[in-house]
Design a protein. Sequence first.
Length: 243
Amino acid sequence: MFQFFVEPEQIREDIVIITGSDVNHIRNVLRMKSGEQVRISDNCGGDYLCEIQEITAEQVALHILETCANTELPVKVTLYQGLPKSDKMELIIQKAVELGVSEIVPVSMKNCVVKLDEKKAKSKQSRWQSIAESAAKQSKRSVIPTVGAVMTFAQAVEQAKNMDVRLVPYEQERGMAYTRASLDSIKKGDEVAIFIGPEGGFAPSEIELVRDDMKLISLGNRILRTETAGLATLAMLIFAIED
């Protein structure tokens, strides 16, 4: 079943009106017809099973059949991802959204090979946000996660300082007992930050900056690539927190 996002004001009692680019997608790409069912999310946690009533060149009108279960994690997770090479960020965003992340913040760290100027960073951010929206539709998310602007490591640490739990998977940490305890301490409603280093890993000075205030955890005895580490952490978190 296909899913589309609308703004709350596009829902009036039991009627949903879709406008914009999704109209062309429904009408000319998917070639959907009246009577077919789709899932609609208002990007605020409301999810509905709807039936298409009318399709015109300007809009699609749907009737709400029932309310659907919310699909969001019971915690808000922000992934602070060290900028990786090539198109790895696209894969990370797509899979992190599927796994339930609420926000992804690209972070420029000392060992990052990629350096983005302001113009290129804005272009990348727009592309990354589009990937997040597509992944949210595919995975039946109730909200579209946000891809933030590129930050420095210091800016990211400052932004995350008031979050309830801050996890830093670090290859020099050993022992899964502390990882399990850290994940088990997370409560529903918590805000969770996950910091992932780039291909070259965290610089020693970056680890020293967060050692006293964040939980340095292990992901096991193997060294994971940057595009794997965040996804592994999210998967562990799902197992620990989701009913």
